[in-house]
Design a protein. Structure first.
Length: 345
């Protein structure tokens, strides 16, 4: 009985989403795939999948079994690479999840150099703003911008995140510069609707402000364009607005207050003793690219200059913002419900 082959077929059916798709990938007929799955379930004495004509879903036992099978297969792949002296080579296809804005701005421009350096490795980069099930959805790793805690996944910090209060000079000329934290209540504050408050670290500890303004949207990029256009004040990550800070289209306000410094950019992957080479080289590439002082925060960088002193603009009028439900301290990423992860070196 080819027990290892059965495990590989089971894992491929889960990642592909159907027996027919898995059969095409493995060059097996759906009938053979179905027979091998039934044999595996008979040997284990439990049902691993619920099958319908249109989809396959894992049972509770199947989900736990799948997570362990993926780790076993990854370990075998790494062991074979080590024995054949190919452990340093990245091969196959790397499936990566990343936040939309960050992936577009700080991963996509560097993919070509990475692939040129790793010609035997393909990259499947999926950009979206929802946390994916890394194991269940077949991802090798995910880039997440959040404050991470404990779980069965491993997270490696790639770079710190600075989130600052910022506005366009035109807005400050019309409404004045906020004098202190409490003065934010007299300003138009922009945020996507899926978070209720800005949590800011300041001289007196953490302060909370609920943003309010006339714009409501579920898009972080809409908020980005609105703050650049002079609609109001926003809480943004410097990786997201570095170029605008550098050329003066945006300036920092209330510099004593920033978003939580516990938020960072992480590479998150399934906990494995033997990390596949394709995952390791990509994580190392991003860690070297960003580092503890990322390029978007470097003085003189086209994407990083520090903001000009907001006090250079006239105090003028302090507008009272209309009442609405604009929400979420935005840094270009969702972090209202951070996942739980183990810290990694």
């Amino acid at each position: 009985m080819n027990n290892l082959g059965d495990l590989e077929i089971f894992a491929r059916v889960v990642s592909a989403g159907s027996m027919s798709a898995a059969g095409r990938e493995l060059s097996l007929s759906p009938a053979v795939v179905s027979k091998r799955l039934r044999r595996l379930e008979d040997r284990l004495g439990t049902r691993l999948m619920q099958r319908t004509t249109r989809q396959i879903s894992l049972t509770e036992a199947g989900q736990g079994f799948y997570e362990r099978v993926v780790a076993i297969l990854a370990g075998i792949e790494e062991a074979e690479a080590f024995v054949s002296r190919r452990s340093a080579l990245a091969r196959g296809v790397l499936k990566v999840s990343a936040p939309t804005s960050f992936g577009r701005m700080h991963i996509a421009p560097h993919i070509n150099a990475f692939m040129l350096a790793n010609p035997d490795l393909g990259v499947n980069l999926i950009l979206h703003d929802e946390f994916v099930d890394i194991v269940g959805d077949g991802y090798d790793l995910a880039i997440r911008i959040a404050e991470l805690s404990d779980s069965s996944l491993v997270a490696r910090k790639l770079a710190p995140v600075r989130r600052i209060l910022t506005a366009a000079p035109a807005y400050l000329e019309r409404h004045g510069v906020p004098r202190d934290f409490d003065d934010l209540a007299n300003h138009i504050c922009l945020a996507p609707h899926n978070n209720d408050s800005w949590k800011l670290d300041g001289p007196d500890g953490q302060m909370v402000h609920r943003p309010s303004g006339p714009l409501q949207t579920n898009s972080s990029e809409v908020v980005r364009e609105a703050v650049i256009g002079g609609v109001g004040i926003a809480l943004r990550s410097t990786w997201d607005i570095g170029a605008e800070l550098a050329d003066g289209r945006l300036v920092q306000v209330l510099p004593d207050y920033e978003g939580s410094r516990n938020v960072a950019i992480h590479a998150v992957y399934a906990s494995r003793r033997f990390l596949p080479a394709k995952v390791r080289v990509f994580i190392d590439y991003l860690a070297d690219l960003y580092g503890p002082s990322p390029y978007w925060d470097q003085p003189g960088s086209s994407a990083a200059a520090q903001s000009r002193d907001a006090t250079a603009f006239p105090s003028g009028r302090r507008g009272t913002s209309p009442s609405s439900n604009g929400r979420q301290p935005d840094s270009g990423e969702r972090e209202s419900t951070p996942q739980r992860f183990d810290a990694a070196e």
